[in-house]
Design a binder for this molecule. Structure first.
Ligand code: NAP
Length: 559
C-alpha cells in the first residue's frame, strides 16, 4: 500500500469515493473483511456534507440522538451531543472523532477529487484516477460520494463581473464570513436558505431574499440537550436504533396510525398544534395519509400557511411566503429557527422572482426585470444536482467503455439502488432507487454498507470474483420504484427529488419511497434467496480459464 501523502499507483481490493459518513463506515467494514482499501476524498478533511456546508446556521434537522452511527455501541454511548439538533461544527467534530477512534485516516487520501473510473473486462479491474494524479486499480469500486454533494450555482449571466464576494452554501469558506454592515442578496429559499437567512440577517445591514418558490418550514425549537435526557435515550440506544431501522424514514417519529378523516376538525387542529409546539419534521406524520391523500395534505398545509400569516406582519410578504404550488412534504420539509420572524425586521425584504425574474448578475448586484438591487455579497442557497450529480461529474465507464452518464440519459437505472447493469463490482451507497434522501441518511448508509460488506464476504467465501445485477432484476426494480412513487403526491411536485431543479435533467423520481424498513426487508430477501437478481462470475484459477457464470436470477418479488 502506498503512503497516503504520495500519489497512489497501487492496487487495492476496493476503492471508495468519498470520506463522509458513508465512506468512513465502508472503510471500517472493508478492513474488518481483511480487504485492502483506499478512500479518495476531494476535501482536505473528512466529513462530506458536513465538511462543505459551513454556512451560518448550518444544522441537521434530524435530532442529535438519532443523527449518528449506530454500528458501535461504545461510540454511541461515549459521544456527548450538546443540542437537540446538532450544528455543522459539532457533526464535523463527531465525524473526525470517528475517523480517529477507528484509526481510519491512513487509508484516506485527502485533496484527491476522483475524475474517472474505468472498468477493464480483461482482468475485471477498475482503474480510478484523481485530478491530482492518483491512478489506482481495484477489484471493487464503491461510490460514497453523497446525494447532496454536487453544489449548483445556476447559470446566471454576469456572475464573473460581480465586484463583491459571492458564496454557495454548499461550498462555504473555512474561515468565518463577516457580513457586518453589508448589503447581502440571498438567492434560494430551501433548507439552506431558510437556515442561513436569519443568521445572516443578524449581521448584515440589509438582506434581500430572492424567492422563486416558497417552502413549508416547521420551527425546530432547538435547545440544549441535558445530560439526563441523553442518558435516558442511551439507556435504550440499541433497541431504539433497531426500531428506527424498521420505520419509513429511519427516524423514531411519532407516526400516527390514524387517517386525517378519522378525527374531528377540532381534534385535527389540536394534533397539528401539538406537533407544531413539539417542532421538527415530525409534523408531517400527524396523520398516516398526508403523503397520499390530497385533502389530508391540504389541511396540514393550510395549518402551516395560517402560522405563516399569523407570524409575518406584512400580509403581502406573508402571502408570498405561504406555499400553494405543492403538497406539504413533497418538497423536502424545512426546519427553522426564526425564519418567518426574520421578515418582520426592517432591514430584511423579499423579492418574488415569479413576478420579476433575475435577468443577470451585474457588477454591483442582482438585476431583475424590476431593476437593480445593489449588494456587497451574494449568497447562492440554490441547492444541488441531487442524487446523481456527484456520479455524473465523474467519467465512469463500465463494460465496453459505456459511460454511466449515457446509460442514465433518461434517468438513473439500478437494482436496489446498489448496483447497475454493465458496471460490474461497482457499488453505490445510497444510490438512486434506494431510500437515501427520504431517510435519516446515516441509517440508510449503514444498511447499504452492511449489505455491500455482506455481499463481498459472500464473494470471498464462495470464491466469486465479479458481481453484476441481471437486466431483468434492474428493469423490475426501476418499475417498482416508479410504481411506488406514483401512488404518492410526490410525483406531482417539481422538486429536486424529481430532478426538476436542474435544466435538462430527466424528470424521474430519484429515491425509493417504499420506506427504509420495507426496503431493508427486500434487500434481506434478495440475499436469503441466494442473491436473487445478481449474476456472479467465479474467480479464475490457472486450471479454469472459462468464467463460470452462476445465474441466480428469479423474478423480483417485492414486499
Ligand atoms: P434546495 O432545497 O434545492 O433549494 C434551492 C433553492 O434555490 C430553492 O428555493 C430554489 O427555487 C432556488 N433556486 C435554485 N435555482 C435558482 C435560480 N436559478 N433562480 C432562483 N432561485 C433558484 O437546496 P438546499 O436548500 O441547499 O437544500 C437541499 C437539500 O439539502 C434539502 O432539501 C435537504 O434535504 C438538505 N439540507 C438539509 C439541511 C438540514 O438538515 N437542516 C440543511 C440544508 C440542506 P425553486 O424551489 O423554485 O427551484
Amino acid at each position: 500500500m502506498s503512503h497516503p501523502n504520495e500519489k497512489g499507483h497501487g492496487h487495492f481490493d476496493a476503492v471508495v469515493v468519498g470520506a463522509g459518513f458513508a465512506g468512513l463506515y465502508m472503510l471500517y467494514r472493508l478492513r474488518r473483511l481483511g480487504l485492502t482499501a483506499r478512500v479518495f476524498e476531494a476535501g482536505d478533511g473528512v466529513g462530506g456534507t458536513w465538511y462543505w456546508n459551513r454556512y451560518p446556521g448550518a444544522r441537521c434537522d434530524v435530532e442529535s440522538m438519532q443523527y449518528s452511527y449506530s454500528f458501535s455501541e461504545e461510540l454511541q454511548q461515549e459521544w456527548q451531543w450538546t443540542e437537540r439538533y446538532p450544528k455543522q461544527a459539532e457533526i464535523l467534530r463527531y465525524i473526525n472523532h470517528v475517523a480517529d477512534r477507528f484509526g481510519l485516516r491512513p487509508d484516506i487520501q485527502l485533496n484527491a477529487r476522483v475524475n474517472s473510473a474505468r472498468y477493464d473486462q480483461s482482468d475485471n479491474h477498475w482503474t480510478t484516477t484523481s485530478e491530482r494524479g492518483d491512478r489506482v486499480t481495484s477489484r471493487f469500486l464503491i461510490f460514497a460520494s453523497g446525494c447532496l454533494s454536487a453544489a449548483r450555482v445556476p447559470d446566471m449571466q454576469g456572475l464573473a463581473d460581480f465586484k463583491g464576494k459571492w458564496y454557495h452554501t454548499g461550498s462555504w469558506p473555512h474561515e468565518a464570513v463577516d457580513f457586518t454592515g453589508q448589503r447581502v442578496g440571498i438567492i434560494g429559499t430551501g433548507s439552506s436558505g431558510i437556515q442561513s437567512i436569519p443568521q445572516i440577517a443578524k449581521q448584515a445591514a440589509q438582506v434581500v431574499v430572492f424567492q422563486r418558490t416558497p417552502n413549508f418550514s416547521i420551527p425546530a425549537w432547538n435547545r440544549p440537550l441535558p445530560q439526563q435526557e441523553q442518558q435516558a435515550w442511551k439507556s435504550k440506544y440499541a433497541e431504539r436504533r433497531k426500531e428506527a431501522k424498521t420505520t419509513r424514514s429511519g427516524i423514531l417519529y411519532d407516526y400516527s396510525q390514524f387517517a386525517s378523516a378519522d378525527v374531528s376538525e377540532l381534534e385535527r387542529q389540536q394534533e397539528y398544534e401539538r406537533r407544531w409546539a413539539k417542532g421538527g419534521a415530525n409534523y408531517t406524520h400527524a396523520f398516516n395519509d398526508i403523503y397520499s391523500n390530497k385533502k389530508a395534505n391540504d389541511d396540514a398545509a393550510e395549518f402551516v400557511r395560517n402560522k405563516i400569516r399569523n407570524t409575518v406582519k406584512d400580509p403581502e410578504v406573508a402571502k408570498l411566503l405561504a406555499p400553494t404550488d405543492h403538497a406539504i412534504g413533497t418538497k423536502r420539509i424545512c426546519v427553522d429557527t426564526d425564519y418567518y420572524e426574520t421578515y418582520n425586521q426592517q432591514h430584511v425584504s423579499l423579492v418574488d422572482l415569479k413576478a420579476s425574474p433575475i435577468e443577470a448578475i451585474a457588477a454591483d448586484g442582482i438585476r431583475t426585470t424590476a431593476g437593480l438591487h445593489e449588494f456587497d455579497s451574494i449568497v447562492f442557497a440554490t441547492g444541488y444536482d441531487a442524487v446523481t450529480g456527484a456520479l455524473d461529474r465523474i467519467d465512469i465507464r463500465g463494460k465496453g467503455g459505456q459511460a454511466l452518464k449515457e446509460k442514465w440519459t433518461a434517468g438513473p437505472r439500478t437494482y436496489l439502488g446498489l448496483m447497475t447493469v454493465g458496471f460490474p463490482n461497482l457499488f453505490l451507497i445510497t444510490g438512486p432507487g434506494s431510500p437515501s434522501v427520504l431517510t435519516n441518511v446515516i441509517m440508510a448508509i449503514e444498511q447499504h454498507v452492511e449489505w455491500i460488506a455482506d455481499c463481498l464476504q459472500h464473494m470471498q467465501a464462495t470464491n466469486l470474483a465479479v458481481a453484476e445485477p441481471t437486466q431483468q432484476a434492474e428493469d423490475d426494480w426501476v418499475a417498482h420504484v416508479n410504481e411506488v412513487a406514483s401512488k404518492t403526491l410526490f410525483t406531482g411536485t417539481q422538486s429536486w427529488y424529481m430532478g426538476a431543479n436542474i435544466p435538462g435533467k430527466p424528470r424521474v423520481f430519484l429515491p425509493y419511497i417504499g420506506g427504509l424498513g420495507t426496503y431493508t426487508n427486500i434487500c434481506n430477501g434478495v440475499v436469503a434467496d441466494g442473491y436473487r437478481g445478481f449474476n456472479f462470475e467465479a474467480r479464475l484459477s490457472t486450471s479454469d480459464h472459462q468464467p463460470n457464470r452462476l445465474p441466480i436470477h428469479q423474478p423480483l418479488q417485492t414486499a
